[in-house]
Design a protein around this ligand. Structure first.
Ligand code: NCD
Ligand code: ZN
Length: 346
């Protein structure tokens, strides 16, 4: 018997599209299923000003396949030199939906991020006034903190103090990977939400390290132990509107992943909806999938729900390409390690 599930068209609240040949190759993978996405600004050089974001938005729109209806929701990369007036103007024009905070050195292309949080206080205060969301990469970079503890320590040392010092600031704690993150977000006052990636619902740290090193499961924040993965699964499938999908689909060509110093990032755009349907079904929570992928995000960002729908259909095993080709080289698609049966039908 075929099972089908029609849901409002999903959005992706954390996505890396890159630029140039990579952008042209990966954008269709997202635009096929998603109506909108929050576009990460960590290009080289980063998208720092309103004019950078206008130019990047144009390049994205030009790279869209014919007839695709996809809206990039732009962000600015917060630096210690960011001008509050430029941020406010980019917000007032409707160009940007968020500002992204990377602690300097936390992840791919984060060298221009923030070292001294006092320096960005005027920007954060302005954002709180105008209701503009801060998206946070929540890891400390202190070399003395173990990489598996960096998210939990960030909550105590940075996130909680910043939120207390800036009342009214709307914050998305991105790609949470720990029970600490889940508990902090679930227990906080209004104005805080979290995104959860597809891959962190599937893998724990054993997937990266057991039986040889698996570079395509390496991303930041790095996957944690199984109890944390289970906490993320419970949060995503709970129906709690503070948790929504941000795939953090982050393409790197294979030679840069399969390398003595491999890049962080899992590329999940191609099969994310199939993987999510499978795991929500495994957890007896298919009725919560639409909330997680299509309803909670727009509610937090104050945006309209998408009017169109997508239909998921369960049948024979579905296969996806193991790699997609780009003019720069191949990009490996995330392998969930279990068979998929849900396809998106048009
Ligand atoms: C991202 C990337 O490759 O740009 N990598 C990742 O592992 N998630 C950066 C990021 O979001 O941290
Ligand atoms: Zn990311």
């Amino acid at each position: 018997m075929t099972k089908t599930l029609a849901i409002r068209r999903p959005d992706d609240w954390h996505l890396h599209l890159r630029d140039g040949a990579m952008l042209r190759a990966v954008l269709p993978e997202t635009a096929r299923h998603f109506a909108r996405a929050i576009i990460m600004p960590n290009l080289v050089p980063p998208v720092v000003t309103g004019s950078d974001a206008w130019a990047y938005r144009d390049r994205i729109l030009k790279a869209l396949p014919e007839g695709a209806a996809f809206e990039p929701l732009m962000t600015l990369y917060l630096t210690e030199d960011t001008d509050p007036a430029d941020v406010a103007a980019a917000h007032a024009s409707g160009l940007i939906r968020a500002v992204k905070l990377y602690p300097a050195g936390a992840t791919t292309n984060s060298a221009s991020g923030v070292r001294d949080f006092d320096k960005v206080r005027p920007v954060l205060e302005r954002m709180a006034e105008i209701g503009l969301t801060l998206c946070v990469h929540g890891e400390v970079t202190d070399p003395s903190v173990d990489i598996f503890d960096r998210e939990a320590v960030f909550i105590d040392r940075v996130l909680d103090p910043v939120r207390r010092a800036t009342p009214g600031l709307r914050v998305v704690m991105e790609h949470i990977t720990t029970k600490d993150g889940v508990d902090y977000v679930a227990g906080a006052s209004d104005g805080l939400a979290a995104t959860i990636t597809t891959h962190h619902l599937v893998i724990n740290r054993n997937h990266i390290l057991v039986g040889g090193i698996h570079p395509h499961y390496y991303c930041l924040p790095v996957a944690k132990r199984e109890s944390h993965r289970l906490a993320l699964r419970a949060a995503a499938t709970s129906g709690n509107s503070r948790f929504f999908l941000g795939t953090d689909s982050a393409p790197h060509i294979d030679p840069l992943k399969e390398n003595a110093c491999g890049c962080a990032g899992c590329f999940t755009a191609t099969n994310t909806l199939s993987v999510l349907a499978e795991i929500f079904e495994q957890d007896g929570a298919l009725d919560k999938l639409e909330g997680f992928v299509s309803l909670h995000g727009p509610a937090f960002y104050g945006l309209p729900l998408n009017e169109t729908t997508v239909t998921l259909e369960k049948g024979d095993q579905v296969s996806y390409p193991t790699k997609i080709d780009t003019a720069d080289g191949p990009v490996t698609v995330f392998d969930p390690g279990f068979p998929l049966h849900w396809r998106v039908v048009y």
